[in-house]
Ligand binder design. Structure first.
Ligand code: MTE
Ligand code: LUZ
Ligand code: MOS
Length: 764
């Protein structure tokens, strides 16, 4: 079944923030943001801006009625800079004007006197200065010190991973309107309506019951609006509070790129110990996360890096340490995978390094160490693993060895084009690692005409969660999908929502919807029982718009049943709450069972590198992916394809570039390249693995939103293998300096870097 939004999307009728009809008297906001990355803010001059045409008011930190603070996890993030600026793009003042053009014109007239301080952009320097967002976090399994002594082979190295711009098609934005008695209604392009509500309350001093946040849908979030939609909503709210007029702010692309945080860049050191049997016996990793200027979501992102630092592998001795380093960049934030992909890149680098030195294909090491059911993750959870199954079934379908042979054959006959192949297994934990966040609510109304309205805490951002939830309700009532309408995500209908994140929105909100429907259905069966002369409500079911008794259709149809129930004064509405059972985690011991389950998969990625120009094409990504029991193959395949392309973009052509002054140079679509139709893989093949376990999500499905992104990591290693083929670096690699990997691990593999790697020699 297609995504229920497909038609309105292609007709251009879907409503996004910028499509909301404006109320008469609406003002437009524009931020004046810091031109320097670090400095003392001595004064701000807004006089010229205030005199500018159409300007109603200019707001600075001192005007706020509430607190000048939007830090969700740690209160370290002022909404507007007061005495210091921490990054280029940090909002300092807000202009409110009669039109967007006039607001922007006036913002350019603001000046600030800033005494510049030395900016730090490198997380290792921040760590050396002990400038950390939170104390270091550590996972320990077994005893690495003792284990390394017993390993036949030990390799050490460094891996660097750059950030990633979210590039949601719809930029950040909000629209706040005053309501009665000083309250506010805020439309926001956010993944976290409650996070927005909290931030708005903090800066305005209002209570949560005075602020309504409403979200129709997003033109993409990808994690970038899990927390970072808050600032723009807070700015509009403050403006509306102070002027008593509606205020809208929809960021321009370059403002959005400059002022918002991205995926965290990481720098990491690894040490891997391997036995003659290719078993990884010990692994040590130290991660330096580039958090940016304030905490935002960096602490849980850091934690998920640790949770995924051994990817799909079982390693008996692991020590992983992670530092969240404060730098003068915009606060980095959630991005599909949430720190997991960075952790996986590092272990894959360590394995590639070891393989090179041992003279074996990396995939021999990968395959020899896949985690099996009963094995322990470094955080104490015992795996119920399908890692090996996805590998062997993928091999059965795609014949990995044959694909490698084909590349080898091609490479023998081709001098300047070389093919590379790499395997990428993925294991991703599903649940928010912070256990209390794993709860959701759903409000279901059955109306007397038989139609159904559903509201949940889930935000639709293109991933199809509304389609899946509509499917749940339709199937519970035995009705066509058209009988169900999903409504906006609204904090008055659904309170205390967790953000739509961690790939868990359909899992959590789908379950809550199922529970709500089930409760209504039970009441309806009580009404139906005498009407169809059933002995037991357990004999009844709903299908095709009719009541069935013992599997046989009765003459009682849905609409009649609903109206009868209403006339008998039976409640046709239900508000249900779901909390994932069986999960826990304790950071005191760094142990627990944080994930309801893991999503597994194995991909093989093939590329062709043009060794004269450094350019490359992705020939194919073929994966065996564990869906549990997919609720919607069309939506899920779309998630896999999109995730793969986004992951490949991160690993190859997307290059976030801040200069030493902390200025974003890749600040527009002319300087930041994302995959387009010409650079996506020529083939994406998906072999579904249907698994069935008791702990899965609604209708035995498995979350699919984030895991496929990590298949894209395979593209990096496939390119690397093609370069090695060109340089005739054949295992065992005797030529290069003893302990270093022959090529450094430094993502993304842009064409420039590929070219340099192709022609640089080991001694420079
Ligand atoms: N797909 C689309 N089209 N747009 C998005 O913004 N976000 C991804 C993923 N897929 C995203 C997407 C991220 S980061 C997450 S966490 C999940 O969707 C969230 O939705 P889910 O929990 O319903 O899978
Ligand atoms: N957000 C969050 C996430 O707050 N906690 C998580 O564990 C998480 N995981 C993935 C993506 N977003
Ligand atoms: Mo996704 S990074 O959990 O929004």
């Amino acid at each position: 079944m297609k995504n229920i939004d497909s038609k309105s999307h292609v007709r251009g009728e879907s409503v996004y923030l910028d499509d909301i009809p404006l109320v008469h008297g609406t003002l437009f906001a524009c931020a004046f943001d810091s031109p320097v990355a670090h400095g003392k803010l001595k004064s701000v001059d807004t006089t010229e801006a205030e005199k500018s045409e159409g300007v109603i008011r200019v707001i600075t930190a001192k005007d706020l009625i509430g607190e000048n603070q939007i830090g969700g996890i740690i209160p370290d993030e002022p909404l507007l800079a007061d005495d210091e600026v921490h990054f280029q793009g940090m909002p300092i003042a807000i202009v409110l004007a009669e039109s967007e053009v006039l607001a922007r014109k006036a913002a350019k007239k603001i000046t600030a006197d800033i005494e510049q301080l030395e900016p730090v952009t490198d997380p290792r320097i921040a760590a050396a200065n002990n400038d950390l967002i939170v104390p270091p976090k550590k996972f320990k399994l077994g005893d690495t010190d003792a284990a390394f002594i017993r390993c036949e082979h030990v390799f050490e190295g460094r891996a660097d991973i750059n950030g990633q711009e979210h590039l949601y098609i719809e930029t950040q934005g909000a629209y706040a309107t005053p309501t009665e008695n000083g309250g506010l209604r805020v439309y926001s392009s956010t993944q976290g309506p409650t996070a927005v509500q909290r931030a708005v309350c903090r800066v305005t001093g209002l209570a949560m019951h005075e602020v309504e946040v409403d979200v129709q849908r997003l033109g993409g979030g990808f994690g970038g609006k899990e927390d970072q939609a808050n600032a723009w909503a807070a700015i509009c709210a403050v403006g509306a509070q102070l002027t008593k007029r509606p205020v809208k702010y929809a960021l321009h692309r370059m403002e959005d790129m400059r002022m918002t945080g991205k995926r965290h860049p990481y720098s990491a050191d690894y040490k891997i110990g391997i036995g003659e049997d290719l078993k990884i016996f010990a692994y040590e990793a130290t991660f330096y996360q580039n958090a940016g200027a304030s905490a935002d979501l960096s602490p849980p992102v850091l934690e998920r890096t640790l949770f995924h630092c051994t990817n799909s592998y079982f390693i008996p001795n692991v020590t992983a340490t992670a530092y969240s380093c404060r730098t003068n960049l915009p606060p980095n934030t959630a991005f599909r995978g949430f720190g997991g992909p960075q952790g996986m890149f590092v272990i894959e680098s360590a394995i590639a390094h070891a393989a090179e030195k041992l003279g074996v294909p990396a995939w021999d090491i990968q395959q020899a160490n896949l985690i099996d059911s009963g094995d322990e993750f470094p955080y104490g959870q015992i795996a119920e693993s399908d890692a090996i199954t996805t590998w062997t079934q993928g091999d059965g379908m795609f014949d990995f060895a044959r694909l490698q042979e084909k590349a080898d054959e091609f490479n023998v006959s081709s001098k300047y084009f070389k093919k590379g192949v790499a395997m990428m297994p993925v294991c991703f934990g599903i649940s928010f690692t912070k256990t209390p966040m794993n709860q959701a609510r759903s409000l279901v109304h059955v109306y007397t005409d038989g139609s159904i309205a559903v509201s949940t805490g889930a935000v639709e951002m293109g991933q199809g969660v509304n389609t899946k939830i509509a499917q749940v309700a339709a199937s519970m009532f035995g009705l066509p999908i058209e009988a169900v309408r999903l409504h906006t995500t609204n904090t008055l209908r659904i309170a205390n929502t967790s953000p739509t994140a961690a790939s868990a929105a359909a899992d959590l909100n789908g379950k809550a919807t199922q529970m709500a429907c089930d409760a209504i259905r039970e009441r309806l069966f009580e009404v139906a029982k005498p009407l169809v002369e059933a002995e037991n409500t357990a004999d009844l079911s709903l299908d095709d718009g009719f009541v069935y008794r013992n599997g046989e259709r009765t003459s009682l149809d849905w609409k009649t049943l609903v109206m009868d129930a209403h006339l008998q004064r039976v409640n046709l509405s239900e508000h249900a709450h779901y909390a994932t059972p069986g999960i826990n985690f304790d950071w005191e011991t760094a142990r627990g069972h944080p994930f309801a389950y893991h999503g597994y998969g194995t991909a093989i990625v093939g590329v062709t590198v043009d060794c004269l120009r450094g350019r490359y094409e992705i020939d194919y990504v073929k994966c065996c992916h564990d869906f549990g029991s997919s609720m919607n193959t069309s939506v899920d395949h779309g998630q896999i394809e999109g995730g793969i392309v986004q992951g490949i973009g991160w690993m190859t052509i997307e290059e976030v570039f801040y200069d030493a002054d902390g200025k974003l140079r890749s600040n527009a679509l002319s300087t930041y390249k994302v995959p387009d139709i010409y650079s996506v893989p020529k083939e994406i093949a998906i072999l579904p693995l249907e698994t069935d376990r008791e702990n899965l999500a609604v209708f035995n499905s498995k979350a699919v939103g984030e895991p496929p992104l990590m298949y894209g990591i395979g593209a990096y290693f496939a390119i690397r293998n093609a370069i090695k083929a060109f340089k005739k670096i054949c295992p065992p690699d005797v030529g290069a300096a003893a302990d270093h990997a022959v090529l450094s691990f430094d993502a993304p593999f842009t064409a420039e870097k590929v070219l340099m790697n192709l022609y640089e020699t080991a001694d420079g």
